[in-house]
Design a protein around this ligand. Structure first.
Ligand code: BES
Ligand code: ZN
Length: 640
């Protein structure tokens, strides 16, 4: 224990007499058994967490260490109903436990042996939900909350059978990041708090339930599933999905769950998964979570992927038929280290999750698919970042171009931009370029092993960087971390981004944009998805005739690749290229991935003619979207 080590150290250094030593020792025992001011007796939580502006919880007084869930699904009412038992460690003799909740209807709360207790729900905030303050005693070991979720719990999407591939069974999935866990589990909903959990989920016997925990691979005839997650996780990683899903293995400790119609395709597409896990481990140390599986969800899933521990949730739009979009799996897998093991302490430190993950994703991709492939991804990433920086500047949101964000009072979603991802990654690439890959890798390996299962914040990371990696003032100056983290835009020491593959595309774009060649003469021999994306993003001076020629030549409107479709549709909207509109419409109705929806609806909203068309489409599409996407698009279209 820290206090004792200090005493022993002082004694050894002869700074304390024997009498004083004994006196001090007795005093320290008193402090340690709780007579002193809020001394923390638990090793793993011995540091106070930074204030979290996105949580009501009093986690520095009392910490939830384990949650036992017992929930049943009601697909007709679209609710989960049951109990959450929260085991707590009370560090400050506190008589109030404050939890985060959102639209939960709470039947009762009991303490330990079953005695009912009082609770109050605070004022309701659209973003943060409601604080739930529960009366406890300093000795309370656990509280049991009996509750039901709201049919419009924001984390949960209840899908009708029509929204699935099989069209027969309903489907449910959760999305807890960033602060939506509180809409289905009353909890301390801040990323700094880590707890283990177990769960019993009762559902329809035709369906299988899966969680971010140890999972089975077969349906149970009674529809009752038990789960266990023995490693501590943050609330944003609580996850549940239920549907008609089948499992297939992809290697030693990896596999895929998907609807039966999709399973073979998914297994083929994700063939590289096991080698991704194996090569990640060689770089940054052992995979800490046992198995790594991916579940392919229906297309309304609002993200590309979500790194739920042991079970990444993924959009079916990565199943492109040519294995070209698997970097997403490398990304979610990389979160098993950056994010799930070493976790951003608050959402202001979000870049510690995503920037590290993009850096690590690129390293995995380079290892498996080679340098030219990784260079293409990096160049595309730089393009995205540059466009995002311009947009944020134009909107007067300069502070949001800093790596360290000040999101207090705002939805943490506001921090979900290419800044955390790509500026974060380019910062780490800068560090790598200053110290060399060998030293950087050794530092990262130690960083993950020393900080595993702990939160990390930007300040502490900087201290570690400066004390453990950078060896002198010259290196500290060469990295220029403060400007990257607390300053706007891109510092001058950003590494150059080159891709021979994309240089070739660049030359074609220049000629086509200046009408020196027509669509037919663009040499697309050997193009992969990434070449096409680069081409589409570079097109300028378009008009209807050129759009038609491109479509005749390359059939973009009909592509089954969602990334290519999205980039093409952006031009179609700007050019009023009407032959593509039926395809845009069916895309917007079928796919609920926000990254695709936002830029399309934003462009549609720019002119009256397009906007009224968009509103018609949105009326049909909106009931099929997850709340994450619907909330964003409501704002884009000023809907309601
Ligand atoms: N953890 C994120 C998704 C997320 C972030 C959800 C913040 C809610 C709030 C996930 O790892 C992610 O970054 N997904 C990306 C894919 C990735 C390849 C960039 C996505 O969904 O597009
Ligand atoms: Zn991510």
């Amino acid at each position: 224990m820290f206090v004792n080590s200090v005493i022993i150290y002082l004694f050894a250094k002869r700074k304390l007499s024997m009498k004083n030593y004994i006196y001090t020792l007795i005093l320290s025992v008193f402090i340690l058994i709780g007579c002193g001011p809020s001394t923390n007796t638990n090793e793993s939580t011995s540091t106070d967490l930074s204030k979290d502006a996105h949580s009501f919880a009093n986690f520095n007084d009392i910490r939830v260490s384990h949650i036992s869930l017992n929930l049943a699904t009601d697909f007709d009412k679209k609710v989960l109903k049951g109990t959450a038992k929260l085991f707590i460690k009370n560090y400050s003799n506190s008589k109030k436990l404050i939890l985060d909740t959102k639209k939960l209807s709470i039947a009762k709360v009991t303490l330990d042996d079953g005695e009912e207790t009082q609770f109050v729900l605070g004022p309701e905030s659209d973003i943060f939900g409601q604080a739930m303050t529960i009366d406890i005693t300093p000795d309370t070991k656990f509280v049991t909350v009996e509750y039901e979720t709201s049919p419009d719990a924001e984390a949960l999407q209840w899908l009708s059978p029509e929204q699935t591939l099989g069209k027969v069974h309903p489907f449910l999935f959760s999305q807890s990041q960033a602060i939506l866990a509180r809409s289905w589990v009353p909890c301390q909903d801040g990323p700094g708090v880590k707890f283990t959990y177990d769960a019993i989920i009762k559902t329809d016997p035709d369906l299988i339930a899966l969680m971010s925990a140890e999972n089975g691979t077969e349906k149970n005839s009674d529809g009752i599933y038990s789960f266990k997650m023995d490693q501590p996780i943050s609330s944003y990683l609580l996850a549940l999905t239920i549907g008609d899903l089948k499992f297939a293995s992809t290697g030693r400790n990896s596999g895929v769950y998907a609807e039966p119609e999709m399973l073979d395709k998914a297994v083929w597409e994700l063939e590289s998964m096991q080698s991704m896990i194996d090569s990640a481990e060689t770089m940054y140390g052992p995979y800490a979570w046992g198995r790594y599986d991916v579940v392919i969800l229906p297309p309304s899933f609002p993200f590309g992927g979500m790194e739920n521990p042991r079970l990444t949730f993924a959009t079916p739009t990565i199943i492109a038929g040519d294995r070209s979009l698997v970097a997403l799996v490398a990304h979610e897998l990389a979160h098993s280290w950056s994010g799930n093991l070493v976790t951003n302490e608050t959402w202001n430190d979000f870049w510690l999750n995503e920037g590290f993950t993009v850096y690590f994703e690129q390293r995995i991709m380079e290892k498996i698919f080679g340098k030219p492939y990784q260079e293409m991804l990096t160049k595309l990433g730089m393009g995205d970042l540059e466009r995002t920086l311009v947009e944020l500047e134009e909107d007067g949101k300069i502070e949001d171009t800093h790596l360290y964000l000040e999101l207090d009072g705002r939805d943490p979603d506001d921090g979900l931009t290419d800044v955390a991802y790509e500026k974060g990654r380019f910062f780490l690439q800068t560090v790598e370029s200053v110290v060399g890959r060998k030293r950087f890798d050794a530092f990262l390996k130690e960083y993950f092993s020393e900080n595993k299962f702990k939160p990390m914040n930007t300040e502490r990371f900087l201290t570690q960087l400066n004390t453990k990696l950078l060896k002198d003032d010259a290196e500290i100056a060469a990295v220029n971390a403060n400007e990257w983290i607390y300053g706007p835009g891109l510092p001058d020491n950003v590494p150059a981004v080159n891709s021979t593959e994309l240089d070739r595309v660049e030359r074609s774009i220049a000629k086509f944009n200046n009408d020196l060649i027509d669509a037919k003469s663009i040499d697309t021999e050997g193009y992969t998805t990434h070449h096409w994306l680069y081409l589409l993003r570079g097109l300028k001076n378009l008009n209807i005739d050129k759009m038609q020629a491109l479509d005749d030549q390359f059939a973009f409107s009909k592509t089954g690749n969602s990334e290519i479709a999205c980039d093409w549709f952006k031009h179609c909207i700007e050019q009023y290229y009407k032959p593509a509109y039926p395809f845009i419409k069916s895309f917007l109705i079928r796919v609920g991935r926000r990254k695709f929806l936002t830029p399309l609806y934003e462009r549609l909203a720019k002119t009256e003619e397009n906007k009224s068309w968009a509103l018609e489409v949105y009326k049909k599409a909106r009931p099929g979207y997850h709340s994450v996407s619907a909330n964003t698009i409501d704002e884009v279209l000023n809907y309601r």
